[in-house]
Design a protein around this ligand. Sequence first.
Ligand code: NAP
Length: 290
Amino acid sequence: MSTSTDRPTPIDTRTKLVGLLGRPLGHSFSPAMHNRAFQTLGLNYCYLPIEVTAEDLATVAAGIAKMNFAGYNVTIPHKIRIMDCLDTIDPLAQAIGAVNTVTIRNGRTTGYNTDGIGFAHSLEAAGEPSVKNKSVLILGAGGAARAIAMTLADQGATRIVICNRTESKACDLSRDVNRQGRECATAIPMDAATMAKALRETDILINTTSIGMHPQDQQSPIANHLIQSHLVVCDIVYNPPLTHLLKMAQEKGCRIVRGIGMLVYQGAASFQLWTGRDAPVDIMRRAIRP
Ligand code: NAP
């Protein structure tokens, strides 16, 4: 039975387990975020950090599928490799090429990727309800960029420009996005003149590189003079909560979207997949930043 309470739910024979598979996990906010949410909604679930090596991943995933787990999250370095261990992959996760959430129903495992959806929800929560008819410029072409680009293309963004230090990776991502059916993506080189021109035609700028992440708090992926006041500027880096890029954008009068929102909403989407319940996002956010 589920009741709303702030008391910890006792672990018993009916407890459903969920967890996080990755290595190392020392820094992860997910156990605190999910366990607080379960506790608040009085759901008999428990979220466990599970450090696992690449060699043991398939064995651990097979074992978990036979246990009282409702599913799990997957993080670095297993987001791609886990796909070989699952029964079904959701089409969006397949297009992204990585899984961060697994559900287990009647012993069958299905892989999803909630990173892009989490980003889209964080944009919505920050006052940007839809990317339809919007032009987006993504800095970076790594795992998070793939999830965001595929999801925003799926949601109807008019134009997605990808700009990455290693230009060939930007070209690969743009080609993969276009293969999904809509010719909306292009790649540009990371030089100031090309970026300035592209940014004049951009509505939403998203940093998905790790530049600006603690301890490089004073670094920004683009120079100050390239930031234009009409832009909505998003940074998925969440430590520090207000990155150097976001500070500069704020000073220019841009609307900004912090990375902590994506972190909370990707977790909320996983929570919904496991429990069928809407996640208490404010509670989850407070569990990360009391
Ligand atoms: P990733 O796959 O390793 O990709 C890293 C990206 O950053 C690549 O495009 C890389 O360019 C670029 N990059 C790294 N150092 C650079 C530098 N010095 N100059 C220019 N570009 C550089 O990592 P990821 O999983 O996508 O994660 C990226 C960041 O997003 C991390 O900081 C991570 O913590 C954050 N993140 C946040 C959330 C959230 O929920 N808010 C979720 C996922 C990730 P190259 O291709 O040229 O190497």
